[in-house]
Design a binder for this molecule. Structure first.
Ligand code: ADP
Length: 446
């Protein structure tokens, strides 16, 4: 096992990785920007190295600075966390070229799955159905109109390199296609440095259901069931739960097995997530994420397995140590993503935390790097706390989340806690009857 792991990330996810390392007797090295000198991930790590100024581009996205930090600290492995460089194949290569272990899949798998078109192609070959759409990139408006007419409007124009809900836009008619293509190309070029786009059928009422898989890189793989991430705003997840209120055990096992078999066939190493849109009883693959997911705790809560520990084991060359029959999913878990935003306008709300109190009690988990006196920086993602609860049944889980949200105090900034309290009280959420468009429609009405 590794002696020292450098965590190339910040915030709650850096803490999450630190905690797994600590429990395995592994030393941790934090990296941080000058804006994060007092951050919790720096305070708790065994060592820390400053890697640059506040702008992510010059610090958390600066592979060379991170490499220097790993060399100085004498780390043996690098965990990229989520976001930042976690799905950057060149970074993974750089890590390996410098003799460190990259805690994640091979650069080739990151590259194939990072391009949404090659990812769709790869899984199609393994018998997984994908959302209908263009087979390749869209080069001109006329081709786009032909394909769109073929699959039927509305269609979604998506960036091949897109992420975080950016680089996609709906076109309702042939007249709109030209403007939508230009918008997506420009947004994708600005955000991802690549303006390649493709077209997919825009599904009217799907649920977002994703399967957590794990491979050992040698052809063995298991799955941890699904997460339902249909509560979304601007194509970004707001609440996640497991299991999905929309799946039967038989459906769950079938799609789980299909994803695990694909993982095994690819000889994929480490944690991965197959994302699907589920509509009228059919699963349509949209993308694979080759890293830990923000919402991984709901799978941990129902399976009792520490997924970060498993990432470390597999990266160190150890076997998974678990068979599919060892994965027993029990009870229900919900995660609320609490962000530093106004709960109605969603305006960013960075600033000083004047009072912080985390909820507790049975079945409650808080993944957060907040503390009283901490200053939420405007430079980074607005996620400040993940509140996760677990209970025997979904109904009890909803009650428990309401209780936990009521206990949560984050003062000095605006947060989305009031939005979560409201959503948890909504009939459609309580009955589990919501799809990926529900929240947007609900917000437009209120
Ligand atoms: P990103 O990488 O930006 O997260 P995804 O491809 O994973 O993009 O899609 C994010 C979300 O966008 C999905 O969960 C879903 O809500 C919506 N979405 C993506 N593709 C479609 C589609 N073909 N039809 C309807 N909604 C879609």
């Amino acid at each position: 096992m590794f002696k020292k792991v450098l965590i190339a990330n910040r915030g709650e996810i850096a803490l999450r990785i630190h905690r797994a390392c600590r429990e395995m007797g592994i030393q941790t090295v934090a990296v941080h920007s000058t804006a994060d000198s007092d951050a919790m991930h720096v305070r708790l790590a065994d060592e820390s190295v400053c890697i640059g100024p506040p702008q992510s581009r010059l610090s958390y996205l600066n592979g060379q600075a991170i490499m220097s930090a790993a060399i100085i600290a004498g780390a043996d492995a690098i965990h990229p966390g989520v976001g930042f460089l976690s799905e950057n194949a060149e970074f993974a290569e750089m890590v390996e070229e410098h003799g460190f272990t990259f805690i994640g899949p091979s650069p080739d798998h990151i590259r194939t799955m990072g391009d949404k078109l090659t990812a769709k192609e790869a899984v199609k070959k393994l018998g997984i159905s994908v959302v209908p759409g263009s087979d390749g990139p869209i080069t001109d408006d006329a081709a786009a109109i032909r394909i769109a007419a073929d699959i039927g409007f509305p269609v979604l124009v998506k960036a091949v390199s897109g992420g975080g809900g950016r680089g996609m836009k709906v076109a309702h008619s042939a007249a709109e296609i030209g403007a939508v293509l230009s918008h997506c190309r420009a947004e994708s070029m600005a955000s991802f440095g690549d303006d390649t786009v493709y077209i997919e059928k825009y599904l009217a009422k799907p649920r977002h259901i994703e399967i957590q898989v794990f491979g050992d890189g040698k052809g063995n793989a298991i799955h941890f069931g699904e997460r339902d991430c249909s509560m979304q705003r601007r194509h970004q997840k707001v609440i996640e739960e497991a299991p999905s209120p929309a799946l039967s055990d038989a459906t769950r096992n079938a799609i789980g097995k299909r994803a695990a078999d694909a993982t095994a066939a690819l000889k994929y190493r480490g944690a991965g997530t197959f994302e699907f849109l589920y509509e009228d009883g059919a699963f349509h693959f949209i993308e694979m994420n080759t890293r830990l997911q923000v919402e991984h705790p709901v799978s941990e809560m129902i399976s009792g397995v520490d997924l970060v520990r498993l990432q470390l084991r597999v990266a160190a060359g150890l076997p998974l140590g678990l068979k599919q029959s060892d994965i027993v999913l029990a009870g229900h878990a919900i995660e609320c993503r609490i962000t530093a935003e106004h709960p109605e306008t969603f305006a960013p709300s960075p600033g000083l935390i004047t009072e912080y109190h985390a909820p507790g009690g049975p079945g409650v988990r808080v993944d957060s790097a907040l503390y009283t006196g901490y200053r939420v920086s405007p430079h980074y993602d607005s996620l400040v706390s993940k509140l996760i609860v677990h209970a025997d049944t979904r109904a009890e889980c909803v009650m428990r989340m309401q209780r936990a949200l009521d206990e949560c105090v984050i003062s000095g900034i605006e947060t989305t806690i009031p939005l979560h309290r409201h959503l948890l009280s909504e009939k459609d959420f309580q009955s589990g009857k919501y799809d990926i468009h529900w929240l947007e429609k609900h917000l437009a009405r209120s």
